[in-house]
Ligand binder design. Sequence first.
Ligand code: PEP
Length: 251
Amino acid sequence: MRTPIIAGNWKLNNTVGEAVTLTTELKQLVADASGVEIVVAPPFTALAAVSATIAGSNVCLSAQDVYWEERGAFTGEVSPTLLKDVGCEYVIVGHSERRQYFGETNEGVNRKAKAALAQGLKPIICVGELLEEREAGRTEAVIATQVAAGIADLSTSDLLSSVIAYEPVWAIGTGRTATPAQAQEVHSLIRSLVALASSDDVAGQIRIQYGGSVKPDNAAALLTKPDVDGALVGGASLDAASFAAIVKAAN
Ligand code: PEP
């Protein structure tokens, strides 16, 4: 009943030419995929070209970040309207790399999600604990804080347009994936946190992706867990065949 969503976060990779080549290959490989939503998140500079390349296909477009203001003296920032204008349907907010290297706070993540939703963009709201937090037995508390803050003041329809991505920081780009059981445990916690903040009905409908070293060979085991509704994929999304294999695992 929840359509799985497989999203590729390209991070700081790919020129316009490389982005078009990768997307052209990908859209051919996934042309027959149904019952799964396929999303790519190129860097800002390649959004327009990728938007044109995927037009009419079953691949849709996400940005990797957004600013909450609509216009003005905010050098270097990009607004929700500008992302909509270039064809984005989704935007990633609160990725751990933004929290870690760019000082993104829970409050900022919430402002970005709200600003995106106000312009009809669907936020992929990322949460996840650090290795030391997991080892100190603080995973639940960290996730509870990040989820509550990230979805604060979102209406029912806002929540239904949002995706939550659980990305344990220790699993991102490390080759160390959470086990399906570890992922399921936290996804189920997140669903109960959404129920608490909203309702059982919304919690039953919201999609929760897992992210952290998802590869073709571990995707199926993760995706068969009942509360895992897709994957946010970094490294493996830079290779069309690998990303297509992960899409297939969700099919
Ligand atoms: C990510 O960037 O969100 C991610 C999960 O990266 P990787 O798949 O490379 O761990």
